[in-house]
Design a protein around this ligand. Sequence first.
Ligand code: MTE
Length: 315
Amino acid sequence: MRMTRFRSDVSESEVTPEGLWLRRREFLQLGAAGAIGAILPAAGRAGEPTGERLPTVRRVELASGETPTRWDDVTGYNNFYELGTDKGDPRSNASALRTSPWTVRIDGEVKQPLTVDLDDLLRWFPLEERVYRMRCVEAWSMVIPWVGFPLSSLVKRAEPSSRARYVAFTSVLDRERLPGQRRDVLAWPYVEALRLDEATHPLALIAVGLYGRVLPPQNGAPLRLVVPWKYGFKGAKSIVRISFTSEQPRTTWNLAAPREYGFYANVNPAVDHPRWSQARERRIGELRKRPTLPFNGYGTEVASLYAGLDLARNF
Ligand code: MTE
């Protein structure tokens, strides 16, 4: 992944005041009940959200009240190498991804392996809206109103055995149709993984939509992983398989460049990428850079997962 420049048209926002962080913690304590019914800001002048609307049971705001990044940017500035390596390629090539029919294989260290049709899987859990910051390892970031369900619900339903310690997520493989998979830019299919305790953390999400609409192909339709305290590359798109393992899975970016992309990939301003600083980031739509926060600002919730771990070595 390389650094990319992009057009900016809004002046700098300040770093989040303390009071808003406290509010975020309150949301977690309240189970987000207080956030039901809040209204999203308009998508902005450039384009309104499109696509089928999704019903949600609640809204959880976990981005300190920051305005979500414009729909046009969330769906037009993407990393999805299966659809091309330039930021605009995934939207241009979106039609190459066939999202129906779609099945997900759940296997490995589970009570009963199974293949589930997406429509059935979507009936398993109520959908909710989760507004999260997303920080890419390339030092840009967004605020995204996802629609999805907690990964922990799916893990529970899968009934992992006592031997399960990790969960691997495999993205779609379709060399015939996906233009990016005709070249060996990465070892296809794209695989990412979490420790089981990370996967069952309440912030880990399986997203099926954004801005209240069905996920566009370029954002990883029909379902993708969202782990807001980690660099964006952990969030595997267009998932076809979820495997529980006892050994740490081999993951795509870590295999491609182990010194640049660690297994943990927790957002960490103190550990630079070998080719650029991670201390600051550019929020898409803003002019100036802002400081990057440890665990992308979710440290209160997740830091205990890494107690005793040297985060400079286990990056
Ligand atoms: N998943 C797959 N299958 N292929 C990819 O190239 N890119 C990752 C991640 N998931 C990627 C992927 C990276 S580097 C980032 S930053 C996010 O998706 C980008 O998600 P977005 O385009 O929805 O913002």
